[in-house]
Design a protein around this ligand. Structure first.
Ligand code: SF4
Length: 163
């Protein structure tokens, strides 16, 4: 009994810490880098996305939010799937730019197999070519709200399971 209570407390404390500081990873499927540059702009002091507690990381195992730019090619398909599978639950996927939403300028290219949601589930779409940093931040803030809801759901599920 005591062991399960300790486990519950530990999980709750961990989720509380995760809410305060979500970690984010960017994966470029196949793009012209325009969207990537706008994401970098979000990290600069001018747009300062860190004010939401977000830290950019290069490791999917430590990331809660995945930003994806570009369309999926034959070469990037398996990597994208692997990165998604390595991220801990709950997670949020945000697609930045029309290439990831509907193939954009890569329509009809022989090496492109489709938009991002053909390979992994997507939660938020941020349109634009490229979207402005303010639009990207808006999408990320919406993603954060969704992610917090998912964390609370997970807490609730755990409580019910342990009862
Ligand atoms: S949406 Fe536009 S800026 Fe972004 S990767 Fe595609 S072509 Fe480049």
């Amino acid at each position: 009994m005591l062991k399960s209570q300790l486990f519950r407390l530990k999980a709750k404390a961990l989720n509380h810490a995760r809410i305060k500081s979500p970690w984010m990873m960017h994966f470029d499927a196949t793009s012209c880098n325009g969207c990537g540059i706008e994401i970098i702009a979000c990290l600069t002091p001018k747009y300062d996305i860190e004010r939401f507690g977000i830290v950019e990381k290069g490791n999917p195992r430590h990331s809660d939010i995945l930003l994806v730019t570009g369309a999926v090619s034959h070469k990037t398909k398996d990597r994208l799937k692997l990165i998604y599978d390595q991220m801990p639950e709950p997670k949020v996927v945000i697609v930045i730019g029309v290439c990831g939403i509907s193939k954009g300028i890569y329509q009809g290219c022989y090496n492109i197999i489709g938009p991002i949601d053909k390979v992994i589930p997507v939660d938020i779409y941020v349109p634009g070519c490229p979207p402005r940093p303010t639009a990207i931040i808006d999408g990320i803030v919406k993603g954060l709200d969704l992610w917090k809801d998912k964390l609370k759901e997970e807490d609730k599920r755990r409580e019910e399971y342990m009862l």
